[in-house]
Design a protein around this ligand. Structure first.
Ligand code: UN1
Length: 503
């Protein structure tokens, strides 16, 4: 798979419909996390000047795009969906190469972007508002959505095409123009998405991309012409962004961490629960906000469940995601590697949980040049250990024993995050009770905590977000603002709340 022999291709920013270098003249390497010798490409290391140019381009395009009828905007987005569909295989391979997730999952990521584009483009012929009755006679009252203006989209590494699409497509269908700051580990997937926008006929300046690290992200958040920031990433960065946006009175939508639990009750189908936990904890090497990083298991099935789980985890094949037999790819970079390894250390020493399997970095043979970590299970964990409370974002899960449904729900809710949750049980009463009591934005019955679909709202409670939801029709509430319109056709002054209306 190593492509070291070829000299790496240079990619550019996309500003005002032109592919341009950064004014810094500098580039950074995008490296395959499964093979450090494989340089995926060189990408512009952008700065504030680049961001300011991109925002100016978005500003210039804004009025025409806003005035383009929404069904027409949607037509271009349907073109985009078809281009994404036609290039799925190439985009999938590019994604695995730059991000590491296995091919089948990268295909799912591209598919999620395709689904999001088809679904959300349909809003071009809906974007429903409503009418209602006015207090006065001969007066009409209605509400409609209006675009917010220029949107800054800051995207993470773990869903390199799906997450940018969740933000980009609703922003565009609502009539906004955008500047995307691509995830520094996965810029190629954003470039692929944006090249497809160009090919679909989306006008110059409507979509702009700057690549790079923190500097362009910060510049985007601080630019006074940017009206909205939509961010997915760490809770720490999200807080800084929210503070800055509050000072500048910007709209801000945040999608941050998770510490998602699967509850396994004593009546559960244990084999199904084991399969679900395996997928939920180790899919995408645990690098999902929705990952099943806590398994809360009834004491009567604890031994059976953990024994079966650990057996299966030991069989998982870890390696380069481009190899179709591999089930778990690398983690994204050195920093992620260090953080995950430090949590494995904490779990054993500071916390005193039992390391049931995994726990080591893989460095030999095919693993020599990548960031590979053995899928890791901790047993005998308690609810307040750091490995039970803090987001690890890697192939590590923690088993906690409980003795009742009430206790399970209490443990599941006892973290600062609230993205996703799940329960395995055959009892419909327990299942519905759990869906009522689990305080998360997403909840599954007899399925793992991952795998949300694009036509339902995505987001979380508590420390996971700031009350917004992406996907579904709910995302329109991020990217549009309501306008209430009153039309008085009485031909005279009528004062609401003051004039007596004759009956
Ligand atoms: C994320 O982890 O940030 O529900 C997104 C899921 C995917 C999206 C995850 N559809 O697991």
């Amino acid at each position: 798979m190593t492509q070291a022999a070829e000299s790496p291709k240079k990619y550019h920013n996309y500003i005002g419909g032109e592919w341009v270098e950064s004014s810094s003249g500098e580039f950074f390497e995008n490296i395959n996390p499964a093979d450090h010798n494989d340089i995926v490409g060189l990408f512009p290391k952008s700065n504030q000047e680049d961001v300011d140019k991109a925002v100016a381009a978005a500003n210039e395009a804004a009025t025409r795009w806003r005035r383009t009828p929404a069904p027409k905007r949607a037509e271009l987005l349907f073109n985009l969906a078809e281009i994404l569909r036609d290039n799925k295989e190439q985009f999938t391979r590019d994604m695995t190469r730059e991000m590491g997730k296995v091919l089948s999952e990268a295909g799912g990521d591209v598919q999620e972007a395709i689904d999001c584009t088809y679904y959300t483009a349909g809003e071009g012929r809906r974007l429903h508002g409503f009418t209602t009755k006015a207090e006065m006679p001969n007066k009409y009252a209605m509400c409609e959505r209006q675009p917010v203006g220029i949107c800054g989209l800051i995207t993470p590494f773990n869903f390199p095409m799906a997450i940018p699409s969740w933000k980009l497509i609703p922003a565009l269908v609502c009539g906004n123009t955008v500047v995307i700051k691509s995830g520094e580990d996965v810029p190629l997937s954003t470039i692929n998405l944006v090249k497809a926008c160009e090919e679909a006929g989306i006008p110059k300046g409507v979509v702009n991309v700057v690549n790079g690290f923190a500097e362009p992200g910060k510049a985007l958040v601080e630019n006074e012409d940017v009206r909205l920031i939509s961010f997915t990433g760490s809770t720490d960065t999200g807080r800084i962004i929210a503070e800055q946006c509050a000072r500048d009175n910007k709209i801000v939508s945040l999608e941050m961490g998770g510490k998602n639990a699967i509850i396994v009750m004593d009546d559960a189908d244990i084999d199904n629960a084991v399969e679900g936990s395996l997928w939920g904890a180790f899919g995408t090497s645990g690098q999902r906000c929705t990952a099943s990083s806590r398994l809360i298991i009834h004491e009567d099935v604890y031994e059976e469940f953990t024994t079966k789980l650990v057996e299966k985890v030991k069989e998982l094949k870890v390696g380069n995601g481009l190899d179709e037999s591999v089930q778990v790819g690398p983690v994204i970079n050195q920093q992620a590697m260090d953080k995950i390894m430090s949590y494995i250390e904490i779990g054993q020493n500071e916390d005193g949980a039992t390391l049931a399997c995994g726990g080591k970095r893989l460095t030999e043979g095919e693993h020599a040049n990548g960031y590979f970590i053995e899928p890791t299970v901790f047993t005998n964990a308690t609810r307040d250990m750091r490995i039970s409370q803090e987001e690890i974002f890697g192939p590590v899960t923690t088993c906690i024993k409980i003795s009742s449904l009430e206790e399970a729900i209490d443990v599941a809710n006892d973290v600062k995050y609230g993205l996703s949750s799940a329960i395995y049980t055959q009892d419909v009463n327990q299942a519905f009770y759990a869906t009522q009591e689990l305080y998360t934005g997403i909840c599954y019955v007899n399925s793992a905590t991952i795998g949300a679909e694009v036509h339902l709202p995505f987001g979380g409670t508590k420390g996971t977000g700031n009350g917004h939801r992406e996907a579904g029709t709910q995302v329109l509430d991020i990217f549009s603002e309501w306008k209430a319109i009153y039309v008085d056709y009485s031909g005279k002054l009528q004062k609401a709340q003051i004039d007596e209306v004759e009956i």
